[in-house]
Design a protein around this ligand. Structure first.
Ligand SMILES: Cc1ncc(COP(=O)(O)O)c(C=O)c1O
Length: 367
């Protein structure tokens, strides 16, 4: 049975007519940049995340970058984050003028370990960026308490956590601001690149809205130098169509994750992901740990089951961060995970038959 890692074609074909209808209107109106479709999506996404402001952008990377630029980092300012994230988190910190400082993760949830944060705080630390990795919120209360104590801001990297909940509160509303990605494979994905910032801070929202549009306050009047970081109308309209399905898709992801938990429990050599009791994850990814990960991955591929690695090499071991001089052993939990983690197929369109086949195949491979 062929099981792709992601089945965007299935999702898109179900919504194709609705999306094409709106795109035809936009083509007829020739209103591609800004305008009512972008504004409508921003309002809808702010409502969904229980925030007062959403600024639609062209990527999650720009969402992070604009937040850090708006918060104002001076050269040498330090920002704490996890080493097991996509490089966009730290690129954005560096490109806004700061320096990423890594703190290891919790071995159960794979999110920033609050117990290790204070040791990394220096007089140059400005903020903390918990990454809600795989769709599971980080331990926000503990992180927020540390931030308050040291007068730091907290920015959520919620790029993988659309509609995830922490103590009944929605990801995106848990810090000073949050970044979301609508890269096509995300839980809410555009038909191209897109992203957004959510925040309850009107001043921050106003600066980010200027940053995305060349620092303009009105056409050709520039309060500052900015960027071209806008979300276009075609993407916003497609996102509005998809957003209506996101609550149901998220529920389905949770059901699928539950099914994996039931079918894969008690298998020697396989560790299931841990969900913190205060969390309702969005399950962007379902990631298990395997002692002989590469062997299992190859064997699954031979059975036509696609899997993924998130991420094969921790950021502090990447060539891009060689200048930070962080040797092997700097973040042992992250390093151990990088060798053992395997992401299984998980998307709303997955059938129960496919989940059972994946689990039976893993059991067979592990003997
Ligand atoms: C954790 C994390 N942060 C940031 C990003 C960057 O988002 P984008 O690809 O939309 O720029 C992604 C998505 O790839 C991500 O997974």
């Amino acid at each position: 049975m062929n099981i792709p890692f992601l089945d965007l074609k299935a999702q898109n074909s179900a919504l194709k007519q609705k999306i094409l209808l709106i795109w035809e209107k936009i083509l007829d109106e020739a209103a591609f940049i800004g305008g009512k479709y972008v504004k409508a999506f921003e309002e809808e996404f702010a409502t969904l995340t229980h925030t007062t402001h959403c600024i639609a952008l062209n990527s999650g990377t720009d969402a992070l970058r604009f937040i850090f630029l708006a918060l104002g980092l001076n050269p040498g300012d330090e920002v704490i984050t996890a080493p097991n994230t996509f490089i966009a988190t730290t690129e954005a910190i560096s490109q806004a003028g700061g320096k990423p400082v890594f703190v290891d993760i919790d071995p159960g949830t794979y999110t920033l370990d609050p117990g290790k944060i204070e040791a990394a705080i220096t007089p140059k630390t400005q903020g903390i960026v918990p990454v809600h990795l795989y769709g599971q919120p980080a331990e926000m209360d503990a992180i927020t308490a540390i931030a308050k104590k040291h007068n730091l801001w907290v920015v959520e990297d919620a790029c993988q956590a659309h509609l995830a909940e922490y103590k009944g509160r929605t990801a995106g509303s848990l810090g000073r601001a949050a970044a979301f990605s609508f890269y096509p494979g995300k839980n809410l994905g555009a038909c191209g690149d897109a992203g957004a910032v959510t925040t309850n801070d009107p001043d921050l929202a106003a600066i980010i809205a200027m940053l995305r549009d060349h620092g303009q306050t009105r056409k050709y009047y520039h309060a500052m130098e900015g960027y071209n970081g806008r979300c276009d109308a075609l993407q916003a309209a497609a996102l509005s169509v998809k957003l209506k399905h996101l609550p149901l898709w998220t529920e389905t992801r949770r059901r699928h994750a539950q099914r994996y938990q039931e079918l894969l429990h008690d298998i020697p050599g396989l560790t299931l992901p841990l969900t913190a009791p205060e969390n309702l994850p969005a399950y962007h990814l379902f990631v298990v740990q395997l002692e002989n990960r590469d062997f299992v991955m190859d064997a699954l591929a031979k059975k036509d089951i696609a899997t993924g690695l998130h991420y094969p090499l921790p950021l502090h071991r990447q060539e891009a961060y060689a200048h930070l001089h962080l040797p092997v052993g700097s973040f042992p939990v992250t390093e151990a995970c990088a060798e053992r983690l395997l992401s299984l197929p998980l998307y709303p369109e997955l059938t129960d038959e496919q989940i059972v086949f994946v689990c039976d195949s893993i059991k067979e491979i592990l003997g």
